[in-house]
Design a binder for this molecule. Structure first.
Ligand code: ADP
Length: 479
């Protein structure tokens, strides 16, 4: 059984969870320890005890450790990518890409270790000096979802360690394999025992114990809006108000204007809505198309969707892997019924598919004639289901795009500088893409959204420092 990592020791729990391959439910990827509240207590205690030394450790040591982690991730990207595809169901190519991304993230933050800066500022008082510096936040709790089981842990753990924090990490129960592999790499990187701890297990036990723990200074969470709200409330309950970073859902719009390059627009939509089986918070789930191009766009979408190959994630011909779990498949099917009940037209897909191995195979699905107020246009489904919405013109497209409780990513396909510039400025989202899919981002720039999509400082790039450090203002009168 795969064990938890606490104080540098691999500790096997009494209970285990079976990690099932969604492309072949007969294939058990492995058994993984299910941690307890006691494990969280032990992990937090050692993370707290390790903090004074790690937070003042040489930045060269921190750099070298993170660099080694990045090097190993890079060297093993194919093996880890295959593990990822096997446990989560994204295609092998997508899995390898994600493992490679995790390597890039660690390399980036290795560099950030030696770029920590402060400010020296003049005082209004004669002879007084002021400096504003950044110090590590403390013990950080990291809670992650199953949809990017190595990249999201990487983009939280790497900055946490780079800026001198100690970590208790709880991955999603559904896909603990990559998290465990990452923990193993971190454990051998030269980072002292106890600085980084892995406690696998359920959200309600392990996750909740982290939220309730008085010795955790901050929680970085990615997951659903419902759980995110609970996380936020719990973080405000204790004596120590925990610093908070939430990355939640999305219902990202992709606007397509009459003057768009049709090929580019359709490719953006197919990629954004269906790649990674639509299980991305940045997925283009609302396709908002002006009426002059609507019919051509719809027929081209149907043609391209027919060429997608839905199959076993590890088969190199597959372009769309299975849905990650039975629960998620049931949720997708429930929204299929909701969409039909709301009067949307099922334009393509919608079928559960049988393949050689038993798995959660579901055809990418397109609803047309959707109204933006329908549930399928407002609620996050997290599956390969897109809603095509007809609008009159650019103004109506912008208004529709912004009419959502979410505001993570947003896109427009147009050849007009006027409209793309206006959209870039007025889209109520944290990230805007012009002639590019709404999903798929770089690792060295801020990631995050507005409204119900995100809360707290941005992740990734140098902006990650905002969450993982705390500012100190020092006043000195030199005598
Ligand atoms: P998803 O649909 O992506 O699984 P969740 O929000 O349910 O979204 O889960 C995201 C992460 O939050 C997972 O690691 C899960 O175990 C954890 N989680 C779920 N419930 C809680 C909770 N009450 N407290 C802390 N973490 C939780």
């Amino acid at each position: 059984m795969h064990a938890n990592l606490i104080a540098g020791e691999w500790i096997t729990a009494d209970a285990a969870t079976r990690n099932i391959n969604p492309s072949d439910t007969g294939d058990v990827v492995g058994e993984y320890s299910v941690g307890t509240k006691g494990d969280v207590d032990a992990a937090v205690a050692v993370a707290r005890a390790s903090f004074p030394k790690w937070s003042t450790a040489s930045i060269q040591l921190r750099h070298d450790s993170l660099k080694r982690i990045g090097d190993e991730l890079q060297a093993r990207q194919v093996e880890l990518g295959e593990l990822l595809a096997r446990e989560e169901g994204k295609t092998k190519a997508e899995g390898i890409g994600e493992a490679a991304r995790a390597a890039q993230v660690f390399h980036f933050f290795a560099g950030e270790c030696v770029r920590i800066k402060g400010d020296k500022i003049a005082s209004i008082r004669e002879g007084v000096e002021i400096d504003v510096t950044r110090e590590p936040l403390g013990v950080v709790g990291i809670i992650t979802p199953w949809n990017f089981p190595i990249a999201i842990p990487a983009w939280k753990i790497a900055p946490a360690l780079a800026y001198g924090n100690t970590v208790v990490f709880k991955p999603a129960e559904l896909a603990p394999g990559c998290a465990h592999a990452l923990a193993d790499i971190i454990a051998r990187s030269g980072i002292p025992d106890g600085v980084f701890n892995l406690v696998m297990g359920s959200g309600s036990t392990v996750g909740q114990a982290m939220l309730d723990h008085e010795e955790i200074d901050g929680i970085s969470f990615t997951g659903s809006v419902t759980t995110g709200r609970r996380v936020a409330q719990a973080c405000m309950q204790g004596a120590r108000l925990k610093k908070l970073q939430l990355e939640l859902g999305g219902k990202s719009p992709l606007v397509v204007l009459d003057d768009a390059d049709l090929d580019i627009a359709v490719n953006c939509a197919i990629n954004g809505a269906f790649f990674q089986t639509g299980q991305r918070c940045t997925a283009s789930t609302r396709l908002i198309v002006t009426e002059g191009i609507y019919d051509r766009f719809l027929s081209e979408m149907k043609r391209k969707m027919a060429s997608l190959v839905i199959g076993h994630a590890l088969d190199s011909k597959t372009t769309i892997g299975p849905v990650a779990s039975e629960d998620q498949l049931q949720k997708d099917l429930e929204y299929l019924r909701i969409g039909q009940g709301e009067g949307a037209v099922l334009a393509a897909g919608g079928n559960v598919l049988q393949r050689e191995t038993p798995g959660f195979y579901f055809e990418p699905t397109l609803f047309s004639e959707v109204s933006n107020t329908m549930r399928i246009a407002q609620e996050e489904i997290f599956g390969p289901i897109a809603a095509l919405i007809r609008v009159k013109d650019y103004d109506q497209a912008l208004e529709t795009a912004n009419a959502s409780v979410f505001g993570l990513s947003s896109g427009i396909c147009t050849t007009s500088l006027k409209y793309s510039s206006h959209y870039r400025r007025h889209s109520a989202a944290g990230m805007v893409m012009v002639n590019l899919p709404t999903a798929g981002v770089d690792y060295h720039v801020p990631f995050g959204g507005r409204k119900a999509s995100s809360y707290g400082p941005r992740e990734q790039g140098s902006n990650a420092m905002e969450f993982y450090t705390t500012v100190k203002t020092a006043y000195v009168l030199p005598l």
